[in-house]
Ligand binder design. Structure first.
Ligand code: GLV
Ligand code: MN
Ligand code: MN
Length: 409
């Protein structure tokens, strides 16, 4: 192991080139799924894959696969990849690092003239973020058979545009049927939390990913005049939402240190300064690595919503739109990552992913694990997201070695 070296500078340059697409003033990117900038970034990735000699295919959810053939074309591929889309205030690494480190693996194998036994594939999964279209990881979910195709294509953004329509519009509604055998899957990603940096570790050997439950809630009260309406008779939907937001935060704190609980999306109607809000739509994101605790948090959320609705005299519509259970990654793939980190002399530790990743769904159909690298201050989903060139290269080298171990050469 360690004979074939990835080119860290080339990977870094590709990351910085890609970061120009959807670049924001504050140094991040805004590349929401299936927008024009997502298309532009996809086009560049496809071009780079083709220049590296890959055969590119696109499936019905717009997932992109760049394939480097192996000695045994009948073998399922050893695959890597992540996502090109970003949060509205996204960074230069979340997702795209996992895509471009896969491309760098292929470029490095080309440079070394190595023929692997199994084919090698790099993938870019549609709408991992779940920001424009909920839920997250929906296209890798369809690939893994967790959702059906119709469900995936009918996911709509807040303006009612569906993923199916937007895939056609940007030219990425592929024809390849969903799902195929995968020999093993690895995903590199920034940690998006503080642990590796705090402990001065270069590589996170990702053993598990925590579970998530996503909800959409609408509170309906009554619009009324902000002046003449007495405080005691109001049915203010925003007051209800505010109390639930506070309760969500308390639920997270009550199950510290591992729980996370967030309200990140709120829409107030009619959003006029002198009208009492008549309805509020908001989204809740609950996470915990232990499924039983996550269920407990679910119960606490439902109780809080009921209590607030009664107190503020609101009608409630609560829908759990997504449940992604905790994921234990494959022991052999996890061990391959650990061996690769050790062989390269990188300080490493086991880690549980706080974020969702396409690897979570791919793990349903293929032995899977992930490789984390530190990010500055643990900050992600933020335009100031940063990682060092050394860590970026280290994660990619571990990826190459782990993939080679599984693919055989
Ligand atoms: C994806 O970024 C997530 O919310 O975990
Ligand atoms: Mn990501
Ligand atoms: Mn993300």
């Amino acid at each position: 192991m360690g004979d074939i070296k990835i080119d860290g500078k080339r990977l870094w340059n590709s990351l910085m080139e890609m970061a120009k697409i959807g670049a924001t003033d504050k140094g991040g990117v805004c590349r929401l799924a299936l927008t024009d900038v997502d298309k532009e970034a996809r086009d560049l990735f496809v071009r780079w894959c083709e220049e590296a000699g890959c055969k590119v295919t696109i499936d019905q959810m717009g997932n992109i696969f760049g394939r480097r053939e192996g000695k045994n074309p009948d073998s399922p591929p050893v695959m890597t990849g992540s996502h090109i889309d970003s949060q509205p205030t996204g960074g230069k690494y979340d997702g795209i690092y996992g895509v471009l480190s896969g491309l760098e693996v292929i470029r490095a194998l080309n440079d070394a003239g190595v023929e692997t036994e199994a084919p090698i594939e790099v993938s870019a999964w549609t709408n991992e973020e779940g920001s424009r279209f909920a839920p997250a990881m929906v296209a890798s979910g369809v690939f893994a058979g967790v959702f059906d195709l119709e469900y995936g294509l009918s996911r709509a953004d807040l303006d009612g545009k569906t993923m199916g329509e937007e895939l056609v519009r940007i030219g990425y509604a592929g024809e390849v049927p969903m799902g195929k055998p995968v020999k093993a899957f690895f995903e590199t990603h920034i940690e998006q939390g503080p642990i590796l940096e705090d402990e001065d570790k270069t590589i996170g050997v990702v053993t598990d990913a925590q579970g998530q439950r996503w909800y959409e809630c609408t509170f309906t009260g009554q619009e009324a005049h902000a002046g003449p309406t007495p405080m005691t008779t109001r049915r203010d939907a925003l007051v209800g939402a505010a109390r639930v937001i506070e309760a969500v935060n308390r639920i997270g704190l009550a199950h510290a240190p591992l729980a996370c609980a967030t309200v990140g999306l709120v829409q107030v109607y009619p959003n006029s300064r002198n009208t009492i809000p008549g309805s509020v739509f908001f989204a809740v994101d609950l996470r915990h690595p232990d499924d039983a605790t996550l269920s407990k948090m679910d119960g606490e959320l439902r109780a809080a919503i009921e209590e607030v609705a009664a107190a503020v005299k609101l009608e409630t519509a609560l829908e759990e739109i997504w449940y992604s259970p905790p994921v234990p990654f494959d022991g052999e793939c996890v061990a391959a990552v650990r061996r690769a980190a050790e062989a390269n002399g990188f300080a490493h530790r086991n880690i549980v992913s706080g974020a969702g990743h396409d690897a979570c769904y791919v793990s349903r159909v293929a032995p899977t694990s992930m490789i984390f690298i530190p990010c500055e201050g643990g900050i992600s989903h933020n335009e100031s997201e940063e990682a060092t060139p050394e860590h970026v290269a280290a994660g990619c080298q571990v990826l190459l070695d782990a993939m080679l171990e599984r693919a055989g050469s």
